[in-house]
Design a protein around this ligand. Structure first.
Ligand SMILES: [Zn+2]
Length: 67
């Protein structure tokens, strides 16, 4: 299983930043960027429009039970 299956060719992705697909400009993601809905966005650097959404990874954690 590949975790990249939701990405399409040309998608930009980063753990901490919203990356402009036009010029590659990165801005730090805000709390309001953390939705899985698609947001319309505009690059602060080149001014072009793009869309972004957040993908939430699921991490399974297991440990031994405490006595
Ligand atoms: Zn840009």
């Amino acid at each position: 299983m590949s975790f990249k299956k939701d990405f399409e060719p040309g998608d930009q992705y980063d753990d901490n930043n919203i990356v402009c697909p036009h010029c590659g400009y990165q801005r730090l993601a805000d709390f309001e960027d953390n939705g899985e809905d698609v947001f319309d966005d505009e690059c602060e650097e080149c001014g072009k429009e793009f869309v972004h959404h957040a993908t939430i990874w699921i991490t399974y954690v297991s440990r031994k039970p405490k006595d």
